[in-house]
Design a protein around this ligand. Structure first.
Ligand code: MG
Length: 282
């Protein structure tokens, strides 16, 4: 695959992400996809989706897991509901993530991604240790499918993410770097974070955001904005990706599913911006 192929976050059955048609219409050659609901994770659904991708010349680069009951309403709700961290749903979701890995295999894709949740800060805590165990078991299943898993950044600092990946101690655990999330959650300067974790970055989101008034000290989100209009600094972001040796897809993420027309427009503008910067920087 050529370096820095443009991508977009899409969905199989209209979960998070844009419809495949948006990628097709804009001539975007790669997609990450949000995993479909359980009833749609079938061989027939995979074949149909793959057929659509093939006819549009689109490659699936990563399948993101997501679960019933997750809510990104505010930072506290996200911490309580997202990923494998919440203990009451941990084992059920780990089992579902294995099914998502199996579905990903049907799509001929070697990468699954997820928000694992807010990794507990205390490495000696029972919750942290339990999370390590369930993550190792999941990675072993994913490994049998010939796959790796990419953790989305943002819900913890770069340093704590590195500690967690070190403690999990598996060779198929990497990072999907999202610079805007670091800003949205107030977990650190995204460029500094990228320099720290760059050696583990195997996929990225191209997303932009503006800082909250008191980043890291309040439960208030920063705000996600169209690419190039926020505080990430796309030029510096791409130059830093180059400096850490990242040449994989540049996957655009624009999380305004309530306004599909604006979403499509913003993705078109983002793709043009990334193509221009790619020509300048690579
Ligand atoms: Mg993201």
């Amino acid at each position: 695959m050529p370096p820095w192929q443009i991508g977009v976050f899409a969905s199989v059955d209209a979960g998070l992400g844009v419809h495949l048609d948006v990628a097709k219409d804009l001539g975007i050659p790669t997609v990450q996809v949000h995993s479909p609901h359980a009833g749609t994770r079938t061989k027939a659904a995979a074949d149909q989706f793959l057929g659509q991708c093939r006819s549009a010349g689109i490659t699936v680069t990563c399948v993101f897991g997501g679960f019933e009951g997750e809510s990104y309403a505010d930072i506290a709700t996200t911490a309580r509901t997202v990923g494998l961290v919440p203990e009451s749903t941990r084992s059920v979701r780990a089992a579902e993530m294995k099914e998502i890995s199996d579905f990903t295999r049907l799509l001929g894709c070697d990468t699954v991604g997820m928000h694992i949740g807010f990794v507990p800060p205390d490495r000696a805590s029972a919750s942290y240790k339990g999370l390590l165990e369930v993550t190792r078991d999941l990675l072993d299943h994913i490994g049998k499918n010939g796959q790796k898993m990419h953790l989305e950044t943002g819900q913890e600092t770069a340093d704590h993410l590195l500690e967690f990946i070190h403690d999990v101690d598996r060779t198929n655990l990497f990072i999907n770097f999202d610079p805007a999330n670091m800003i949205l959650y107030g977990t650190g300067n995204p460029i500094d974070a990228l320099k720290k974790v760059g050696h583990l970055v195997r996929s990225v989101h191209c997303k932009d955001a503006k800082w909250a008034p008191e980043p890291g000290r309040s439960q208030v989100w920063g705000s996600e904005v169209a690419l190039g209009e926020g505080d990430v600094g796309m030029d510096l972001y791409l130059r830093t990706l180059k400096s850490v040796g990242y040449l994989g897809p540049l996957t655009i993420e624009r999380e305004i599913a309530h306004d599909r027309d604006q979403q499509r427009k913003d993705i078109g503008t983002a793709a043009a911006l990334l193509q221009r910067l790619r020509a300048e920087i690579l």
